[in-house]
Design a protein around this ligand. Structure first.
Ligand code: TH1
Length: 819
């Protein structure tokens, strides 16, 4: 029972009755015949009754008190399963376990029935989920706005080692128990058509959008439950539906069938999450998703603001809107359109409000991920918005002219419109111009945003570019996923660390304590066993928990360099078979990763790892020293088993390419030692734990840039390093694809003749050497335990609670409101 949580008092009898009621009336089952899945659903609905009530009360209180709030706009929220985590936040885990046991069910089994809502690709979407958790835990008034995709990130399986994608219908037939539809919040969204000039009643020249079609936005709320408090905030996800008749003009022209056909298209808008991570495909349907998301969200923010009796002029005082990358940039011209065309404000008044309301987070410097949209496409789909973007740019170019008179070079560089054979709108430039704050996601990344991406913007708008280092929620990523470690931490530092992670520093003084080291390593061993059991049961591979568990889990991308890891594995294979003097600690290399369906080389890397795994795992000559396990369908619920089981965390991106990384933080919190480059948040993790407790290797950002400028030649490394040569050449043989040589050759070809764009070969030797150091250090278990404990103890900076306080204090100027 909790007094400070979501319920005043937990009434077990009433709860059990609510579960049974849902079992029978919502899911048409009887207690004697119901499956585990029905029990899980009924339990979820019974719990959601509590959170929905608290959601409405929180909403009402915040509207009445007229407090400032943040609106987090993101095309992705990778929330993962909610039931277990919400039980922890509600303080009801034990009570509900008890209640379900009395009804004949094990809570842990029921929790396994939940499908992960995979409404995101990777780090960016998961960050949005951790941020919502931290906003609620600290009671910073917030609404998350996203899309209600019918299909989340594809489900991955392997057929003969190759990735196969299948649709992810995450809600199942019964719907998701935690979501509630809010028809009174629905919105109408316009698209296409043209712009008309007209005179208002005072004879002023005005412009208005005459849309060509409309769609309907349906609001679904998921509860974001505050840890150990009474606040519940909405994660509001918009689903696109077509009202009938759908295409106004076609319907009026008598094209009834055509109009219905378009209705099918409208139903498509939120059908599926685009599966690209760190890559912009520029598809029209994606722009439609983005606008649909922004139009619904902006309209809802204004509904709340005006509905609570506030004036439009006070919007920036009471609301701030955080744009998660450039994906929701179109919200800027959308708000301008409403202020100009509907509220009839003058340009300057509208711009002052808009540019003081929005802030923007940049998550990547990769050129292929920086969004641009063709002017022609925007002009067709959103004609009024294109006019407004032109006007924003026109005024901005005047400012550039004042600052750098006559300098056309700088104008061309900063312009929101990119000139060329087809003119493009640069969304990142629009964001920098149209917001009051721009932040990168780790100290190094934010420096590079200033130095390499937007140097002139930094001169033009001093102070606008800043840093907020990413973080992860300790509730899901320690307390929920690692109960063994959680108990140990609570015993030493008390049990309020999950929302006061500074407390965890108190573990530092036990790092040398032999008894504590033993218990800490015993927990690690249990977690390794849990993973080994999963692998045995689901993949039928035997692994030894005495081996080093070396894990790389993240999206598959050349810059993340899973193929560097693979080359290291091949080098070990080669040495074990060819060098009698070589010995190593047994190691299991784990991978978990999805490749974008259209990313051929990424898929080849998955195939190669799977083929190497097949051979290595059954090769008795290796004496069980080397195993490779590629976990299929990597997702949040598997991450919860993998992070706690790791000894070694692979964070090996080319320096300057990984903006932050957040998996790196989850590993270290759970006591894995990092092998990593000086990239993203690795740099700050090293600062926290000290150089002795992290394994850093590879070129630095400036060395990468210098090497590229000098003309990088991968063959130089190939010829100079016989181990590297052996590893690369194995990819051309039929060693791993018997009878079919050359099946893995594309990777070798990309690295040697393709120019090795991410400098895999340049970092190989140092990477191998650093792994040898790990091998030596692991043999001394007391030494290893001390380092692992220090990693847990010294990671408090990387709580997303700290990230959110940074945003609240430095950018949003937001204060908590306690219920
Ligand atoms: C990721 C970054 O790659 C990662 O370094 C960072 O930790 C994370 O964001 C959170 O800040 C990104 N994910 C995406 C996804 C898309 C486009 C750009 C990025 S950057 C679709």
């Amino acid at each position: 029972m909790t007094t400070n949580g979501q319920t005043q008092q937990f009434d077990k009898t009433a709860f059990k009755a609510a579960v049974e009621k849902h079992l029978t009336t919502t899911y048409a089952n009887t207690p004697t015949t119901a499956t585990s899945r029905s029990w899980y659903l009924a339990m979820g609905r019974a719990l959601a009754e509590i959170t929905t009530g608290n959601l409405l009360e929180t909403e009402q209180q915040l509207a009445e008190e007229k407090v400032r709030s943040v609106n987090y706009l993101s095309l992705e929220f990778l929330i993962g399963r909610l039931t277990g985590n919400n039980l922890i936040s509600m303080g009801l885990y034990e009570d509900v376990a008890d209640a379900m046991k009395e009804m004949g069910h094990s809570l842990t089994d029921l929790l396994e029935e939940e499908r992960d809502p995979a409404l995101g690709n990777g780090g960016l979407g998961r960050l949005a989920a951790c941020f919502m958790d931290s906003l609620a835990a600290q009671e910073y008034p917030a609404v998350g706005y996203g899309l209600h995709y019918e299909y989340g990130l594809f489900r991955q399986s392997f057929v003969d080692g190759r990735q196969v994608e299948a649709p992810d219908a995450w809600r199942g037939l019964e719907g998701y128990p935690w979501e509630v539809v809010r028809p009174e919040l629905n919105q109408t969204v316009n698209l296409y058509g043209h712009v008309e000039a007209y005179k208002d009643e005072n004879g002023n020249a005005c412009r208005r959008w005459v849309p060509g079609m409309t769609v309907e936005g349906v609001a679904w709320d998921l509860p974001i439950v505050g840890y150990d408090n009474k606040s519940v905030y909405p994660l509001r996800l918009w689903e696109c539906r077509s009202p009938a008749p759908f295409s106004l003009s076609r319907f009026n022209d008598g094209d009834y069938v055509g109009a219905q056909y378009s209705a099918l298209e409208a139903g498509n808008v939120t059908k599926v999450l685009y599966p690209n991570d760190n890559h912009d495909q520029g598809k029209a349907l994606r722009l439609m998703q983005q606008y649909f998301h922004c139009a619904c969200s902006i309209a809802d923010i204004l509904r709340r603001h005006i509905g609570a009796g506030n004036k439009i002029e006070d919007l920036a005082k009471l609301e701030t809107i955080q744009l998660n990358d450039t994906h929701p940039t179109i919200a800027i011209p959308e708000l301008m359109r409403i202020l100009l065309d509907e509220y009839k404000l003058g340009w300057d008044a509208a711009w002052t409000i808009s540019s003081k309301t929005f802030a923007y987070t940049n998550h990547t410097l990769l050129p292929e991920a920086l969004e641009t949209w063709s002017e022609a496409l925007i002009a067709q789909m959103l004609p009024r918005h294109m006019e407004i973007i032109f006007e924003i740019n026109h005024r901005f170019m005047k400012l550039v002219e004042q600052t750098w008179p006559g300098n056309n070079e700088v104008k061309r560089k900063l312009s929101i419109i990119e000139e060329g054979s087809q003119r493009m709108v640069r969304m990142a430039n629009l964001c920098v111009v149209g917001t009051y704050a721009v932040n990168g996601v780790a100290a190094l990344h934010s420096e590079l945003v200033k130095r390499d991406l937007f140097p002139e913007f930094d001169e033009l708008f001093p102070g606008r570019l800043t840093n907020v280092t990413n973080g992860v929620t300790p509730r899901r990523w320690i307390k929920y996923c690692n109960p063994g470690l959680s108990a140990l931490i609570s015993e030493k530092v008390g049990n309020d660390w999950p929302n006061k992670l500074e407390k965890i520093t108190g573990l530092e003084k036990f790092a040398e304590d032999k008894a504590f080291q033993k218990r800490y390593m015993a927990v690690k061993k249990e977690n390794k066993q849990r993973l080994a059991d999963w692998v045995k049961e689901n993949m039928d591979i035997e692994i030894d928990t005495n081996a080093i568990f070396d894990i790389q889990i993240k999206r598959l991308h050349e810059y993340k360099r899973q193929h560097l890891n693979l080359l290291h594995i091949l080098s070990l294979y080669h040495r074990l078979l060819n060098d009698p003097s070589f010995d190593m600690q047994p190691r299991v290399f784990f991978f978990g990763s999805k490749a974008a369906p259209g990313y051929a080389l990424a898929k080849d890397i998955i195939f190669a790892i799977n083929k190497v795994a097949e051979k290595v795992n059954s090769d008795s000559r290796l004496g069980g020293k080397l195993k490779v396990v590629f976990i299929p369908d990597y997702r949040v619920s598997l991450a919860e088993i993998l992070f706690p089981a790791a000894d070694v965390s692979e964070q090996i991106s080319t320096a300057g390419k990984e903006a932050s990384g957040t998996g790196n933080m989850k590993f270290a919190l759970n006591g894995a030692l990092t092998i990593g480059t000086m990239d993203g948040a690795n740099v700050e993790m090293r600062e926290e734990v000290g150089d002795e407790n992290i394994f850093i290797f590879g070129l630095l950002v400036d060395e990468v840039q210098k090497l590229k400028e000098e003309g990088y030649d991968p063959y130089r490394y190939y010829h100079a390093d016989s181990l590297l040569r052996a590893a690369l050449d194995l990819l051309e043989t039929d060693e791993f694809t018997p009878g079919k040589p050359g099946q893995l050759a594309t990777i070798r070809h990309n690295l040697l003749d393709g120019g090795d764009p991410y400098l895999v070969l340049a970092d190989f030797a140092d990477y191998v050497k650093t792994h040898e150091k790990i091998d030596v250090e692991y043999r001394n278990q007391e030494n290893w335990a001390r380092k692992a404990i220090l990693n847990t103890a010294l990671m408090s900076k990387f709580s997303s609670d700290r990230s959110i306080r940074d945003y609240a204090n430095n950018i949003w100027k937001l204060k908590p409101v306690n219920r």
